[in-house]
Design a protein around this ligand. Structure first.
Ligand code: TPP
Length: 618
C-alpha cells in the first residue's frame, strides 16, 4: 500500500500502489473538494485513502451511512460548483440509484465522478451485476480503465469531461484493476479550488414539468459527447489495422487480458480499445469494423459491447461474423484471464495455447500444499458466539433465520437466507405473513442497521411483525475493513425504543447464560423484539491490545482432561484450536489452543463438556 506521505505529497513521483489508491490520487490531483462514500469491496480502499488524505490536504471526506446519502452529499457539492466524487461497489450503486438517475437530469456544475467497483466472480458479493447497464440506463457517460495507471489518469480526465459537458461521469472498475498493484506516476496537483455557491435556478429541482424539459437537454449533451469522442483519445486502435480477417473490440481489464493473450499466442491482431463505453464512439467503431470479416468481443460477464455494437453495425449495414458471448467463446459469468482469452481467440483464429498450460501446471502443483480454506469467523469472533447460543435455543429446523450482509453472513449453523444489505428484516417481515408455525429471526450488524436496517425496522413496528431482530453490534463495519459507523455516537437500543419496539435487550455475546435467557424470553413476546449483542470486534480489539502492549488473557487446554470430543474444533470451529501432534499419557489425541491466535474470549471454556479449558495463569 502507498504510504500516506506519498499519497498527499504535491510532487511528481513514482509510487507503488493499489489501483484504488491510484484512483484516490487521481481525484486529489484533479482538486476534488468533497468525497463521500460507504465501503464495499472492491472499492473500499479508495475511501480509505481519501479519508486518510483529507485532513492532511484540507478537503472534505466522510464515511457516509449508505451509498445514497454519499451520492447526495457529493451531488450537493457538484451543483454548488466544486469537484466532488463518490465511490461504491456495484450493489452500492443500486442503493444510490434513486439519486443517481435523477441527478443526470440536472446535470452537474463542478466535476462529478462516481466510481463503481464491479466484482466479476463474486469474490466478495452476492451477485456479478455489470454496472455498465445501470450507467447506460441512467444515461451516464461511462469510462473503463484497463490498469491502475490508466485509472488515475481517467479519474482526472473524468473531472474535466464532466465540467466540459456538465455531465456527471461514471468510472467503472473491476476487482483486478482496483486491487492490482503497480508503479504509478504521480503528478503535481491541479489548482481547482472553488467556494461553493448554489445558483438560484429551477434546474436543480426535479419537478415533473422541469424534468420533462430537462430530458431532451440531457440527450443533447450526450450527443455532444458522442461527436467529440473520436478526437478525445478514449478510443485507441492498435495492431496491424490492415488485417481484415479479424478485429478485436474490448475495454477495461479485458483489454489487458487481450494483450497478454496475443503475447502468449505470438499473434498480432487489430484491436479497438474503448476507454469510454457509453456513449459509444460510433464513428471510430464503424471505421474499425467496416471491412472486417470477423469481430471478436472480449469482455467480462455481460455481452454489453457485443449487444450494443452488433446492433450499431447492423443499423449501418456492416455485417461481420460476431464472436463473443453469443457464439460461446467466452462465458456470461465469472472473470476472464489471459488463459481464457487465449482459448477464446484460438476458437476463432485457430492454433493452440500450450504455453499457458505449462504456467497453469505450476499453479496446479501448489494445490498439494496450499489447503482449501473456506471463509470462517476469526478466532474469538463474537458473532460465532451469538449464533452458537441462538442455535442451542432454536435449532435450524425449528425456526426461520434471515441473515444480512456482514461478517455474520459466515454463520455456519442456522442461516436460511441472505439477500442484500438491510434485507434480513424485510424478509423476516414477509416470512411472518406466510409461515405460521416457526419463530422468525432476522440478524443485522450495526453498520447495516444504519445503512438500510432502520426503515425495515420501522416497517416491522408499523406492521406489527412478530419477529426477533438480533443486532450484532461489534462497534464497526468489520467485513469491509473495520471502518467507523454511527454506532459510535447513536445508541441502537434507544433508536429501537424510540421507534416503538417494546422488547429491547442488550448483552455481551460471550455471556451465554444471559444469551439463553434473552432468546427464550424474546420468543414469548408478541411483536418485534430487538436483541442487541454488543462487543467490540474481537479481531480489532486483539490488534489494539497488541499495539499498546495490553495483556491478552489466553486460554489453555489440559491434555489429560481433554476427551477429543471435537466440541471446540469441529463444532464451534474456533480457528485458534487444532488437534495435538502427539498424544497424552493415555495415548489419546487432544486439542490445543494456539496462544498467538487466542483472543481470550472464553467461549471454548464455557462449552467444553469436560471443563478441560481454563485461563492461562501467568
Ligand atoms: C449495498 C452494499 N453496500 C456495501 C456492501 C459491502 N458490505 C458488505 S458487509 C458490509 C457491512 C458490514 O458491517 P456490519 O453490518 O456492521 O457487520 P460486520 O461485518 O461488522 O459484522 C458492507 C459495507 C454491500 N454488500 N452491499
Amino acid at each position: 500500500m502507498a504510504k500516506l506521505e506519498e499519497l498527499v505529497a504535491n510532487e511528481d513521483n513514482r509510487v507503488l500502489c493499489l489501483g484504488n489508491e491510484a484512483i484516490a490520487r487521481g481525484a486529489i490531483e484533479a482538486g476534488v473538494q468533497v468525497f463521500a462514500a460507504y465501503p464495499g469491496t472492491p472499492s473500499s480502499e479508495i475511501s480509505e485513502a481519501m479519508n486518510a488524505a483529507a485532513p492532511k490536504l484540507g478537503f472534505y471526506a466522510e464515511w457516509s451511512t449508505n451509498e445514497k446519502v454519499a451520492m447526495e452529499t457529493a451531488i450537493a457539492a457538484s451543483i454548488s460548483g466544486v469537484r466532488a466524487m463518490t465511490a461504491c461497489k456495484h450493489v452500492g450503486l443500486n442503493v444510490a440509484a434513486d439519486a443517481f438517475y435523477s441527478f443526470m437530469y440536472m446535470g452537474c456544475k463542478g466535476g462529478f465522478v462516481t466510481v463503481v467497483g464491479d466484482d466479476p466472480h463474486c469474490f466478495s458479493s452476492q451477485n456479478e451485476q455489470d454496472s455498465r447497464w445501470l450507467g447506460v440506463s441512467a444515461q451516464f457517460p461511462i469510462i473503463e480503465p484497463s490498469n491502475p495507471q490508466e485509472a488515475k489518469e481517467y479519474v482526472k480526465r473524468a473531472f474535466d469531461v464532466s465540467e466540459q459537458f456538465e455531465m456527471p461521469m461514471l468510472l467503472r472498475t473491476t476487482t483486478r484493476v482496483s486491487h492490482a498493484r503497480a508503479d504509478i506516476q504521480f503528478n503535481k496537483f491541479e489548482s481547482n479550488y472553488r467556494i461553493g455557491e448554489l445558483e438560484k435556478t429551477n434546474r436543480f429541482a426535479c419537478l415533473p414539468a422541469l424534468a420533462r424539459a430537462n430530458h431532451p437537454k440531457l440527450l443533447a449533451r450526450m450527443e455532444k459527447i458522442k461527436e467529440w469522442l473520436p478526437s478525445s483519445g478514449f478510443s485507441i486502435i492498435e495492431g496491424p489495422i490492415d488485417i481484415i480477417d479479424y478485429g478485436i473490440i474490448t475495454s477495461g481489464i479485458s483489454y489487458s487480458y487481450v494483450k497478454d493473450a496475443l503475447k502468449i499466442l505470438d499473434k498480432e491482431l487489430p484491436i479497438l480499445k474503448l476507454g469510454m463505453v457509453s456513449p459509444l464512439d460510433e464513428r471510430t467503431i464503424l471505421e474499425f469494423a467496416k471491412d472486417k470479416k470477423n469481430i471478436i468481443f472480449i469482455e467480462e460477464v455481460d455481452p454489453y459491447l457485443e449487444d450494443r455494437i452488433s446492433a450499431l453495425l447492423i443499423q449501418n449495414e456492416i455485417i461481420p461474423k460476431i464472436h463473443g458471448k453469443s457464439s460461446g467463446i467466452t462465458k456470461r459469468y465469472h472473470e476472464l484471464n489471459a488463459r481464457l482469452v487465449s482459448e477464446a481467440l484460438v476458437k476463432v483464429i485457430g492454433g493452440t495455447v500450450s504455453s499457458v498450460k505449462e504456467i497453469e501446471k505450476s499453479v496446479e502443483d501448489t494445490k498439494d500444499f496450499v489447503p482449501f480454506r473456506p471463509p470462517l469467523f476469526c478466532a474469538g469472533c463474537q458473532h460465532r458466539a451469538a449464533f452458537w447460543e441462538l442455535s442451542k435455543v432454536v435449532r435450524k429446523d425449528k425456526g426461520i433465520f434471515a441473515s444480512d450482509i456482514g461478517c455474520y453472513s459466515l454463520d455456519p449453523w442456522v442461516t436460511d437466507t441472505i439477500l442484500c444489505m438491510g434485507g434480513g428484516i424485510g424478509l423476516a417481515n414477509g416470512f411472518t405473513r406466510v409461515i405460521k408455525d416457526k419463530p422468525i429471526f432476522a440478524y443485522i450488524g450495526d453498520s447495516t442497521f444504519f445503512h438500510t436496517g432502520m426503515p425495515a425496522l420501522a416497517n416491522a413496528v408499523y406492521n406489527k411483525a412478530n419477529i426477533n431482530i438480533l443486532v450484532l453490534d461489534n462497534r464497526m463495519t468489520a467485513m469491509t475493513g473495520f471502518q467507523p459507523n454511527p454506532t459510535e455516537v447513536i445508541d441502537i437500543a434507544e433508536v429501537a425504543k424510540s421507534m416503538g419496539v417494546e422488547y429491547v435487550v442488550e448483552f455481551d455475546p460471550y455471556d451465554f447464560e444471559k444469551g439463553k435467557k434473552t432468546f427464550e424470553d424474546a420468543l414469548k413476546h408478541e411483536g418485534p423484539t430487538v436483541i442487541i449483542m454488543r462487543k467490540i470486534c474481537a479481531n480489532e480489539d486483539w490488534r489494539r491490545k497488541r499495539r499498546i502492549g495490553e495483556k491478552i488473557e489466553v486460554f489453555h487446554i489440559d491434555p489429560e482432561v481433554c476427551i477429543a470430543c471435537g466440541t471446540c474444533i469441529v463444532q464451534y470451529q474456533c480457528p485458534a484450536i487444532r488437534w495435538s501432534l502427539d498424544t497424552n499419557s493415555k495415548g489419546k489425541k487432544y486439542s490445543v489452543i494456539d496462544p498467538t491466535m487466542c483472543t481470550g474470549c472464553s467461549v471454548c471454556s464455557q462449552i467444553c463438556p469436560v471443563e478441560a479449558i481454563s485461563k492461562v495463569d501467568e
